[in-house]
Design a protein around this ligand. Sequence first.
Ligand code: CA
Length: 230
Amino acid sequence: MHLLIVEDEEKLARALKKGLEMKGFAVDWLADSEKARTRILLYRDEYDLIILDLMLPGIDGATITESVRKENVTTPIIILTARNETEHKVDLLNKGADDYIVKPFSFEELLARINSVLRRPTTQQPIVLKVGPLEMDTATRTVKKEGEEVPLTLKEFALLECFMREPGIVLAREKLFDHVWDFNSLSWSNVLDVHMKNLRKKLEHDGEDDGRLFETVRGVGYRLAGEVHV
Ligand code: CA
């Protein structure tokens, strides 16, 4: 999951970025509202969620929300507001925000809002994903294969989550990279292949063709075999 934080208070922004990265999210941070608006419009498909501060120098968070919604950006947006701004909360939702959170807030509260927005029925994202022998609980961040827990790193988990949300579909390398790594990561590196190799080592049986879960589609990307079990 790739998040964008737009916040002009550096200390808060850095703390949020660090905390969310520890939870396995890829996080970009921008402090400038005009740059943020441009980034959202140009890279709309890369972000799974945007956290937008309301009081920013230049364009405020509500105006950014309204303007990108007019450009048909559907990425979920959570707005950070100060305590004395809460009377405008209905306005925020009317302008297209999915949720808001009042400062000061605890990290756990923000995390709960993020998870709740990401799993809303409109995005059709169940909490437990099952594909073939694999079962992923996105709330507890655990993965089981044939009932046995498989320990994964944060990036391996994030990568596997992309596949388990779209099983049977070939996912392009660029798409995987954009959703698992942040904007400043070096896309020329073979970091994706290294992580795929590690993921296969943990999840596939050695040397057996029928133990294969992932298919490499040369020049395009990877595919996780299987269908979603409901
Ligand atoms: Ca601010």
